[in-house]
Design a protein. Sequence first.
Length: 365
Amino acid sequence: MPSSTKVNSTPRPDLQAVDELCANAGLVRSRRGKPAGVAASQRAASQRMESAESPSLPAALPLVAANGVHWLPLPQLARPGRAKLEWLMGGFSTRLGGFSRAYCDQDAPGELNLGFTASDERETVLDNRRLFVQAVGGRAATPLVTLRQIHSNLLVKAARPDARRQPPRQGDALMTDQPGLLLGIQTADCIPVLVADRKRRVVAAFHAGWRGTVARIVESGIGRLRLEYGCQPEHLIAAIGPGIGPCCYAVGEEMIEAFESQFAYARSLFHEVCDSDSIRRKYPMLFLTQRAPGHSPLGPSLHLDLIQANRRQLLDAGLKENAIQTLGGCTCCQQRTFFSHRGSQGHAGRMLSVIGIRPEAANRR
């Protein structure tokens, strides 16, 4: 081999440090025959992941109640070809309709914030709750039972609320067999799961953020229903409501470890998404940050499918596939319809997902 070739193939000592820095950043120094900028392997990976981007989840079309509230009813109550569950009431709120002015533009109509947040007035929220309860159950006076949610796997047995004003109990799931109550779970990105037993007339509502999902709140909750009420999984139906979708839920690498510690199928819940911005791809050095993976605007980033994670828990608990309905809708990328804590950088109202047994069903057992 000619000596000139040997000299060119040997790295220059004064440039070795530069090459090492570039390699750590996924870049290459400009060389003859090779383009500068992102390394070929990185560009190829970026192109592969572009094709694997997750589209936003299409949302179900909300109903508009007579009082102006936009909400999503339980799909099991509107499925053609099956007997209606007349004793069951429930559904999922949106941000549309209501009196709140805390999270909308000055010239926009009021919104349906249903959470007691620091930015909204308590009386306004109570008025909104009455509107939503009326839309779902037909009567604004139907008692609504909620919890002080703590991102746990605690399931609370609900009873009719005391007339005296008392702080709500702590937990992230509610269950009851008492007619005339609505169980409510607040969300603004987390996944709401509503469950009903068609035979025993028992209902439950679950708030499943990532912590609750790792703690198996839905799967262990079905077990509690079996112990407390004798429910059989084959008689259960479930609805998974709007939450942050895999299209928008970027997370850090540590999340994989948390899920792998609990689920054999954990890897199937994660996928990589590359930023589709052509400017970012062409000039990646302009957007480099020191933030952790999943928290930087520059892809690829790791995304988690919380909706599928909770669907898997329902299946593992024994529910049939055709008994689980997913309404769709990503709260983060459909913020005109839903509140999103992540999408609004923490300045967001709360939605309610509710389920209950109609009061008149007490005489039909």
